[in-house]
Design a protein around this ligand. Structure first.
Ligand code: URA
Length: 438
């Protein structure tokens, strides 16, 4: 087989065979296929797409390109959750303990944040003493003992995706549906998930700008999951505005603590309950989403979700006192953005808030950037709220006084006000499982 002929075949719109896809992924990981040929192929895929069969084959070839973890927990079904990335998305911190408190094991390998989106591992690192690195045996032992562990991605999991994602990033081929879908699903398959719950976001702060695009991505991933024998459900949620009120690291952990006690912002509670409900359904703890939701609400009301969070923090060396007394480090300098007139808030743009939080130090511009765990933005008001001129809408936190002024300046127009009230838009727009797709 010659790579140049396979590039030509895809360029001309033909489907690649399973053998050809395996040849490409093997060759790319072993470095017999160079970056320049792989770039040409990803651009051809960008323009010509892939059939569902090709996308599933690509997913499997990538999943098998490195270590595969066989996570099995006696008598239990291992369900994983993945979010396509957003601003203020702290749902893993909430869903993990909720679901574990209801008997579905949570064994998660998460990433750090990059660009305007945050990462679970950075958020957990804001808890003093919390260890995000662990040997696989200790990771599994903890899940078996207390039902939950979240660590940073280790080992040689899906090396094909690591190489390919870095290449796509610099060749303008990230936003290709078959490439995004296979990238996400290969990591879930390699980590041994039997059930997969996907949070596919759409809107200004998400990869997919519109609900229609997000739906195509979600369908592609649900189809991949089912064709590879994994029960998969996708929840489509709105990311035009940050999820919840807190964007940063320490401040997001504090908001997650509120949510685990049932006191989180409405949109955050809604998305968390929806995703957690599907995890309970796929984890065989409930027959329907509604039944699952009742079980989860009870776990929150009875304090079991919060107890599980503290048990999880303690197991990974974190300071439970600091968490339960809400004493995490917040950056010392504060600036405020006030409403310029009276009116109803119609929009606080998620992407702008994400980029500004990053500029305050809460995120990374490049993989090498340092992070200020105490920095971030707190939304005192959200879309739908009525504000009077001069009322504080946003609070900015940073350790760098100069940044506070600069970022405040760039946030002057982020709050979009109108005289008329905003019509209520549901945060969860749609749920797709195999039944909805056929
Ligand atoms: N997230 C991933 O893991 N991969 C992509 O290609 C895009 C988002």
């Amino acid at each position: 087989m010659r790579m140049v002929e396979l590039i030509q075949k895809k360029r001309d719109g033909q489907a690649l065979s399973p053998e050809e896809i395996r040849f490409i992924i093997r060759g790319y990981v072993e470095e017999s296929i160079p970056d320049y040929q792989m770039s040409a192929l990803t651009m051809a895929i960008f323009y010509k797409g892939m059939t569902p069969e090709e996308t599933a084959e690509l997913t499997m070839a990538m999943a098998q390109s490195g270590d595969q973890v066989e996570l099995s927990f006696p008598g239990k079904t291992f369900v994983d959750k993945h979010s396509s990335g957003g601003v203020g998305d702290k749902t893993t911190l909430i869903i993990g303990p909720m679901v574990a408190a209801c008997g579905v094991p949570v064994a998660k390998m998460s990433g750090r944040g990059l660009g305007h989106t945050g990462g679970t591992i950075d958020k957990l690192s804001a808890i003093p003493g919390f260890k995000v690195e662990m040997e696989q045996a200790a990771f599994l032992e903890q899940v078996n003992r207390i039902g939950i562990s979240v660590i940073s991605q280790t080992g040689n999991l899906v090396p094909a995706d690591k190489k390919l994602y870095a290449l796509r990033d610099v060749t303008a081929t990230v936003d290709s549906i078959p490439l995004i879908a296979s990238s996400i699903m290969s990591k879930k398959i390699a980590s041994g998930a039997k059930g997969i719950v996907l949070d596919v976001k759409f809107g200004s702060g998400a990869f997919m700008g519109s609900l229609e695009e997000a739906e195509i991505l979600a369908k592609t991933m649900v189809n991949i999951g089912h064709s590879l024998g994994r029960e998969t459900v996708a929840v489509l949620s709105n990311m035009d505005e940050p999820l919840g009120r807190a964007v940063g690291n320490s401040i997001e952990v504090l908001e997650a603590v509120d949510a685990l006690q049932g006191k989180g912002p409405k949109d955050l509670m809604e998305v968390s309950f929806e995703l957690a409900s599907w995890m309970l359904v796929l984890g065989k703890k409930a027959k329907t989403r509604d039944e699952a939701r009742k079980i989860l609400e009870e776990a929150v009301e009875q304090g079991r979700a919060m107890e599980k969070f503290l048990e999880f923090v303690a197991a990974q060396g974190g300071d439970t006192e600091a968490v339960s007394r809400k004493k995490l480090q917040i950056a010392p300098y504060k600036a405020e953005i006030q409403a310029e007139k009276d009116g109803y808030i119609h929009r606080i743009d998620a992407r702008t808030i994400g980029v500004c939080a990053m500029n305050l130090g809460a995120g990374r511009e490049t993989k090498e950037s340092a992070i200020d765990l105490g920095a971030g933005i707190y939304l005192q008001k959200k879309s739908g709220d009525y504000v009077r001129k001069g009322e504080t809408v946003l609070e900015l936190y940073t350790s760098d006084l100069k940044k506070a002024g600069l970022v405040a300046e760039s946030l002057k127009d982020v709050v979009f006000l109108k005289d008329a009230p905003l019509l209520n838009k549901p945060i969860v727009a749609k749920v797709l499982d195999q039944c909805c797709i056929n």
